[in-house]
Design a protein around this ligand. Structure first.
Ligand code: S3P
Length: 170
């Protein structure tokens, strides 16, 4: 089973994804990292040089080609579920898991991690908080299409693994 981790920037998809892959003995892939390797540029540079529309095309393309591996965990970028029917694609090709978090918690995680994130790198604290509130509001519609929704802030990894295993063995 392919497991797709969904969530806003800063929701912990990479950390949780690695732990989940480890717990399930699955391979782990990070879609942003995969794009960076393929395009030979950082996500930040791709945004700067080719623009966001190009990045959205590439992430949708690579989502569909990242792995033939039947059993793997894939962390996706925070915007990916909102473009090109990507939620439908992921729901038809694996198990989607949304790490849901409140804006306050996302803010506290993101305020020191702006530098390499093109969409927030130039925002001050107040602008960042407002951006999180507005974007989350807009994206929640897509994120909520996930089959599994968990509290990303108070996450119990063992409980989550148990839940995932129950889907895998269904
Ligand atoms: C984005 C999130 C980033 C990355 C890009 C755009 C977004 O990934 O894909 O900077 O639109 O929210 P993370 O969610 O892994 O930070």
């Amino acid at each position: 089973m392919k497991i797709f981790l969904i969530g806003f920037m800063g929701s912990g998809k990479t950390t949780v994804g690695k732990k989940m892959a480890n717990g399930l003995s699955y391979d782990y892939f990070d879609l942003d990292h995969f794009i960076e390797q393929k395009e030979k540029k950082s996500v930040r540079k791709i945004f700067e040089i080719m623009g966001e529309a190009y990045f959205r095309e590439q992430e949708s393309k690579y989502l569909r080609t990242i792995s033939d591996d039947k059993n793997c965990v894939i962390s996706t970028g925070g915007g990916l579920p909102c473009y090109n029917n990507n939620m439908d694609y992921m729901n038809n090709n694996g198990l989607t898991v949304y790490l849901k978090m409140k804006p306050e918690h996302l803010f506290s995680r993101l305020k020191n991690g702006r530098k390499n994130r093109p969409l927030i790198k130039d925002k001050n604290d107040q602008e960042l908080f407002q951006y999180i509130v507005d974007k989350l509001n807009e994206r929640e519609f897509f994120y909520q299409k996930s089959r599994v929704v968990v509290d990303g802030f108070n996450l119990n990894m063992n409980d989550l693994l148990e839940k995932i295993r129950s889907y895998i063995t269904q």
